[in-house]
Structure formats: structure tokens, C-alpha cells
Design a protein around this ligand. Structure first.
Ligand code: GUN
Length: 294
């Protein structure tokens, strides 16, 4: 079977192109969509993510400010900063890059951000609305997976979907999107995790497998049926002396091994990865647009 490669670069470009006209309309009405990104400490991966977010915002004409703080920043100072950003009408979205240094309480930070500016979709109010099927900001990576499915006309309705991974950022919102009574949803969803006894017994029944486990080779060809759709959310660095950098990026699925068995699969890199930032831009534009309906 020749597999359809689900290209996140193409889908993210499409999302961003659609945003351009919405941004132009907002600007004509005097509204410049604006995002505040807070980065605490010197986690190298976080610095890369934040740089990419800044670049994407600049390309689209979204005003984005990255506020960088030393790893020693106190919870009090961070809380006060969030309070100021909540009250600052210039900003429509606030994103505090995770993970935070260990002494800072991530839950406290997430809950302090106003749900009206929660473009990450992490606030309990956003999560609760998602569960209830109400309009809300949706966590960007799962929202990006839904865009990929729609773009390639892969309708999960009536299908068995297995998600591997139960994180707050991917697994849980992914589950809550897919079972909803809504277009491109209505799936029967199973969530597998580190305590699942026999993950393969579940994935073998799946029409679509979404793997977000944070571990290379979590999903292999012997674990799926012929014609399955595989969405790989993982990005792992593995040592690779054949490359200049000494490492290469792989997903959570054994891409090469699965290729001859799947009907469609996302590559890593270039699959789900580019979608996260595109959806963050989309959430920021949606937040700015809400001012008009207030
Ligand atoms: N760290 C890794 N991914 C994300 C994300 O989507 N949002 C935030 N705030 N931090 C992250």
C-alpha cells in the first residue's frame, strides 16, 4: 500500500494564509492581534520554541513580545507579571512557556492567566468548556492534529481512535476533541498510557492511532492493522553520528517500519510539529477578534 504522507508544513501554511485576511480585517478596524510570551530560565528547547513563535508572529503581522526572565524569578514576581498582562488591553493572548523552573508552580501560573487570554488552552475553564463541547481555546497541538485530519478529509466519525499518552497538553484534549458530537469528531476513543496492560491489543483495533508518548519506537508495524492512519506527535532527539549536529529528530512511531502498512502517516519532522505554532497564531487572532463582539 502506498501511504499518503500527511504534510504539516502544507497544512500550517494553509492555516497561516487564511489568517492573513482575518488579520488584515482586524487591523483595518484598529486591532493588532498581540501575544505576550513569557520565558523563564534557559531551557534550550524552550528558547527554540519561543524563537519560532516570534518568527511566525512577525511573518503574519501579529505583534508578539517575548519577555525573558532569569531562572531565579520568584512565584510572586511571576504572578504579578501575569496580573499586569491580564489587565493590559494591548495583549489578546498570554503564553507562559513550559516547563518552568522546578521552584515555580505551573498549575498556579496556568490558573492565574485570564481564560479570555488563554491562547494555550491550558486553563481549567478552557479545559472544562472543551469537555462540555463549548466554544473555547483548544490546546494548540491537538487542535493542529484536527486541522490535519480535516485538510486531508480523514473523518474520525464512527472510527476507532487510539491515543497513546495521557498528558494534559496532548492526550487529554485530543480525547475530548475526538468523541464530541461535532463534524470531524464522533469517534470511539481509547486512551492508552504507561499502565495499560497490552497497548498493542488496543492499537490493533484502531482505524487511527495518535501517538504522543514521548518515546521513540512506541508504535511499530506489528501493533497496527493494514490501512491504519498514524498521527505521530512525538519529537525526540536521538544520537546520530552521520549528521553534522550529531543527532537527528525522530517521532514516537517507527516511520520506516510503518510506511508499507499504513494508509496515511505524519512524518517527523514536518508533520504535527509545524501545526502547534500555526494554531497558537490562530488562537491569538480569535482572541483579538472577540473584542469586536464584546
Ligand atoms: N512547552 C512545550 N509546548 C508548549 C506549549 O504548547 N505551550 C506552552 N506554554 N509551553 C509549551
Amino acid at each position: 500500500m502506498s501511504a499518503l504522507i500527511l504534510c504539516g508544513k502544507t497544512v500550517s501554511k494553509n492555516v497561516k494564509n487564511n489568517l492573513k485576511s482575518e488579520i488584515a480585517i482586524l487591523k483595518a478596524k484598529g486591532i493588532v492581534p498581540s501575544l505576550a510570551v513569557v520565558l523563564v530560565g534557559d531551557n534550550p528547547a524552550s528558547h527554540v520554541y519561543v524563537r519560532n513563535k516570534q518568527k511566525a508572529a512577525e511573518e503574519l503581522g501579529i505583534y508578539s513580545v517575548t519577555m525573558q526572565y532569569d531562572a531565579s524569578m520568584s512565584q510572586d514576581v511571576l504572578n504579578r507579571l501575569i496580573d499586569e498582562l491580564n489587565a493590559d488591553e494591548h495583549f489578546h493572548g498570554i503564553l507562559v512557556q513550559l516547563p518552568l523552573p522546578k521552584h515555580l508552580n505551573e498549575n498556579e501560573v496556568i490558573q492565574r492567566i485570564s481564560p479570555d487570554k488563554d491562547v494555550d488552552g491550558f486553563h481549567p475553564v478552557s479545559v472544562g468548556k472543551l469537555v462540555l463541547g463549548q466554544d473555547t481555546f483548544v490546546s494548540c497541538t491537538p487542535a493542529g492534529v484536527m486541522e490535519i485530519l480535516k485538510f486531508y478529509n480523514i473523518d474520525p466519525s464512527g472510527k476507532n481512535v487510539v491515543i497513546i499518552g495521557r498528558s494534559n497538553i496532548v492526550g487529554k484534549p485530543m480525547l475530548n476533541l475526538l468523541y464530541q458530537k461535532a463534524t470531524y469528531a464522533n469517534a470511539t476513543v481509547t486512551i492508552c498510557h504507561t499502565r495499560t496492560k497490552d497497548i498493542a491489543a488496543h492499537t490493533k483495533q484502531a482505524d487511527i492511532v495518535i501517538v504522543a508518548a514521548g518515546r521513540p519506537h512506541t508504535l511499530t508495524a506489528d501493533m497496527v492493522k493494514e490501512g491504519v492512519v498514524v498521527i505521530d506527535v512525538g519529537i525526540n532527539r536521538i544520537e546520530d553520528p552521520t549528521t553534522e549536529k550529531g543527532y537527528s529528530l525522530v517521532g514516537d512511531a517507527d516511520y520506516e517500519g510503518l510506511l508499507s502498512k499504513v494508509s496515511a502517516i505524519t512524518p517527523v519532522p514536518g508533520g504535527v510539529g509545524p501545526m502547534t505554532i500555526a494554531m497558537l497564531m490562530k488562537n491569538t487572532v480569535i482572541s483579538a477578534g472577540r473584542i469586536l463582539s464584546k
